[in-house]
Design a protein. Sequence first.
Length: 383
Amino acid sequence: MCSTLKKLPNNLKFKYENSKISIYEGNKNIARNTDLISKGTGSKSFVYKVVCNGSNGIFHVVAKVQKDKGNRLAGLQYEKMIYSLMTKLVDSNVCPFRLRSYNMSEPSNILITETFSNMIDLGEYLDHLKQKVDSFHNLDCHNLLIQILYAIEVNYRIGVRHNDLHLHNVMIQFCSRKTKNLIYLNRKKNTQTTLTMNNCSFMVKLFDNDRVTKLKSKNENVNNLYQSSYNPRAVLKLFPWHEPAVYTEKLDMFKIMQHIRDDSVSPYMTKLLTNLKVSFSKKMKKKKSMLHGESNFMKYHLVTDPMVRKEPLAVRCSNSTEPNDACTMGNLMASPTFPKWLDELNSTEQALNILANSQPKSKISRSSIMGDMSKLYVKRKLF
């Protein structure tokens, strides 16, 4: 089962001594098995998976240990701050589609996140879709895109860009099939709709937040929990090609949607993505990539110079004519703009509206609400 409402326990204590992990619930060490699953990741850290058996049963956690100091340590501490923000989004029932972090009074060089035994990455899931074409196939494709696009739209509302959304940074947690709903409040906050996912059998979980950048939310009605901008220095020291001042969802949206389109062999998935206008066909992608350098286009997707791993910038916010347009708040010597072909893509909101009106027919099962966009906002009284 996928639990979206139950908060993580806050009474656990973490110890890491001589490369050995202990997790205490009271005086009892509940860590039963520890595996080193990654040594020397992109952030040069050690990653452990720990199986725990606590008072509420068996659960799993991942511990990311940064043994380097300087920029690497600052990067992990920044990532912990981002995970804390993501945890608030889940616990406040805004958006369940991300992994959360624990607070176990752990040292500042250690990040502890939840994980699940019934979970695979998006790349594996696309293989699963290819091998299992059944009566639920179209629904599964539809529900997958709704969840990813909803998560990216929530990020956009609070000024977050993931900057590294690919097939291995999106996990799929399997659940029992039942109808799930998302309450969607549009950007103008004048229309509320229900995004229905009939017979949904999984939940998307975004993770790996070491490149996330956070601007101040454009909308002042967004809850104070999500308003502030975060200094991106820790990210830029490690990944200097990212441009944190761009306020847009299209960088993340295009990257992951293009990966799905390139990797999927499902005709229905390809049809959906074509209708959504969030990615390109092979022919069109080749045409666009020739403008930017093919190798960089595939790896970073959007570059202004084929010799520099740098993302395109938008117009300054002070010059932006539309409140929802991508814009940069940085002090720029020039006035760079996005490549014009990016304007050919729909926004995540436009794509979600299309999906809301193209739900495949299915027998309706018992439903529940997974997330509510309106909970991002402060309700103001009218006098």
